[in-house]
Design a protein around this ligand. Sequence first.
Ligand code: CR1
Length: 791
Amino acid sequence: MKTLEKASFKKAFIKKVEEVSGEDFSESTAQHQYEALSELVMEEITAEWAVNNSRLHKMEEKQIYFFSIEFLIGRLLKAYINNLGWDDVVPEVLCELGLDYEAIQAKEHDPALGNGGLGRLMACFLDSTAAMGFPGHGNGIRYKFGLFEQKIINNEQVEVADNWLKNGYPFEIAKPDKSVIVKYKGNVRTEMVNGKLVFIHENYEPVLAVPYDVPVQGYHNKTVNSLRLWSAQPVEDFDLSTFNQGHFLKAMQRRSEAEAISQILYPNDNGFEGKQLRLKQEYFFVCAGLKRIVRRYKKFNHGSMDGFSDKICIHINDTHPALCVPELMRILIDEENYEWDKAWDMTVKSISFTNHTVLPEALEKWPIDMVKELLPRVYQIIEEINRRFVNDMNWFYPDQEARNYSISILKDGHVHMAHLAIIGSHSVNGVAELHSKILREETFKDFYAVFPERFHSVTNGVTPRRFLMGSNPQLKTLLNETIGDSWTMPNKLSSLEALLPYAADAAFCEKLGAVKRRNKAHLAAYINKSQGIQLNPDSIFDIQVKRIHEYKRQLLNALHIMYLYNTLKAYPNMDFVPKTYIFAGKAAPSYYYAKEVIRLINVIADKVNNDTTVNDRLKVVFVPNFNVSVAEMIYPAAEISEQISTAGKEASGTGNMKFMMNGAITLGTMDGANVEIAEAVGMDNIFTFGLSDVEVANYNAHGGYRSLDIYESDPRIQEVLEQLINGFFSNTSTFQSIYDSLLIHNDTYFVLKDFASYADIHSASSAVYRDQKKMAANVGCQYCTLRNVLK
Ligand code: CR1
């Protein structure tokens, strides 16, 4: 990596600002400075990118392509600057020029091309792959509108369209010459050609897929990989013949139907929406992505596909890209003339699959008629894959007919995408030990019996470059001063173990506390400025940020705050460590219950924050529009990380790791990767509570538990539940649906059942906080024991 020379950078920057603004430098705005800086960064990266691309063409190394319907990449400008090793010079030069680096960065519209979990995981994978110098690329959709912007109006979530491309996006390169055609609908005709049956897809509706590439810059190395995002366009810019016949609307309709495919990201996390447009999206990026990969592979391998599966790995991120299986088969059979068995062997060898959720409502299954109509040839192949699979199963396990049917791809009138993915992959993984166990023993147990060798566990990781080094520079500096910077090198985070002795070092702990205090003050200032709520940076910052979902149990946190409020009112002189509860997260727009939880949190916040008898000790904030940039500000300021899902429901969680690497203590259930965190830090350095996954499963096997028993026996719960419906927190509205879910519908997520142990662990955590020294030592331990959780 070339080092950046200060004087020449300054000169180049001023010149570029004048070029983009067309005015004297002194007249430039933060927008011009952002555009100029982005251009300079792109010039540097693209030079290296071209070299990388030509190296990749030689296909010496195996290449991995991550197929995902979401890539939640976050802002890139600062990440690029840090990865290029420009992070000393750029801020210094900008400061000398009297410019505000933070304000310049804020001009970048945070690309929200994902909902949360699996999309952010992909972005972390891309970052890590490039940092480690491996050729790994992303393949997804360039949505015109990303995940909605969330506003809170009258305590409720209001969704506003996210027009992220409004001012252009400087980090993409359009490659219209590499566009491909994706075919929908029509019919399949067969013909005998030279004694061989060939399948001809005709009368289809073509859509043009145009690629836009975003460079993925490695860390202090020369690797630049690619994230390829596809945009849908009509094949002919305008359907002239239809237009000339006077069918103006029809011509327009064709255009908008094509564009609709990449128009909008479905705002659903852990939920399945069986809309035809979504299925179109799934095939769109699968078909376009595979076409380019195959084309390129052949180009550099003398037109042959023979070695494809030795050199190319297609990773399908959750089931949305599962059509890779029949689509690759289609290419190999219809276009490359392979026999079925050979094609199948190559397909399974190339494809691997990660599952991200066990929630039954998220498992995709498409009505057969819909798949057949939209993708006639692909459907024929799915049918044939299924026929052969069921035949094999019946041959090998003739006495297991029911099981054999239960694992087939086509059943109950639907195409089961997880089944297609498992059958068509050589590797299937869960994203934490517990989740992988649940996959093996419950969700996919019948598959596990058939293909035990395919199942693996790969605990998620997050990038420390973005979530520690980038977002918490003061901590980075302190760590470097204390143990040197070897931990900043890719795959070397375990070097943080060198901190272990410092957990008992008062001077280090004090400095660590000072960094945390500054980060808390920074977040407090942001909240004050954007929401007008004043926080006390000396209170405990207890934070839950993630999608709003029943299983993640923001409700448990909210009910507990109601209880704390009641207690403070009843015992105004009680000994109470001041606490600030911070929430953030979006609810799917159609998820009424989750939106009610958001409203409840905001209603509680209104009441508590405006009650002068408690508000010096208790504050509640809901930070609107949680996205990657907001997250980067929140994690460094946290002391308690709330990871309180119903055990067995959270596949991994990755927020838990981001909090942890910023020194927050996890307060959570033994769920997802919390389990690995507990192993890594030791039970003394984590606050765990609640039912285990086995206990939850046992209750569920017997129809759940009786929530009314808890209600009747715990006066704290009685009080807060009545407050949900008696207008105590808001005299204009009540929370009947939440009340009913807990009492009438028997509390599916065990909120009341876990309440008592949750309240206990909170008071235990406050006691530790009172003893600041112990807290500092605890926090020290967090760094020291990251081990394999974080890559
Ligand atoms: C899971 O809910 C996991 C991420 C990444 C999420 C979360 O526990 O950490 O995936 N699932 O593996 C998801 O986004 C749509 O499903």
